[in-house]
Design a protein around this ligand. Sequence first.
Ligand code: PNS
Length: 159
Amino acid sequence: MKRVVCPGSFDPITFGHLDIIKRASALFDEVVIAVLVNQTKKTLFTVEERLEMITEVTTQYPNVRVDSWTGLLVDYCERHDVKAIVKGLRAVTDFDYELQMSQINLQLKGIETLFMSTAPAHSFLSSSLVKEIATFGGDVSAYLPEPIIEKLTARLSSR
Ligand code: PNS
């Protein structure tokens, strides 16, 4: 069984993430979307909320499941028999940092990283930018699925 992991903060999940998840699910037996907990990073949604949101918008993929993890990604991979990490690369600006992480993960535990090029339609997309657009009342319907827009709008208006 070829199990891979798509890690991230997913605060919140966007069409860019979903594109990578969909394409990975067509290539591997199982794709685990892992919400990585970073205690120092301030997020808009709790881990539980992010897990719930991801589950809601990935139900159409039977070989995709959702999990969370605090700690090193390579330790998650080792514990859960994950063969490789799948990451989307949006632009050359992503490359330096992603290459560095992939090399460290390879050296730490021999875990491979596979990069998929982001679809051109999503190459500029990030959760941070989407949150900024939504904060100022901009239209985010091209970037997020409807259930996520509802939750994002509700969260921003409650602050
Ligand atoms: O969505 P993000 O915030 O860009 O995702 C980054 C993430 C969570 C994938 C990355 O920070 C990560 O892998 N964190 C887990 C901790 C870890 O393993 N750090 C060492 C990487 S070299």
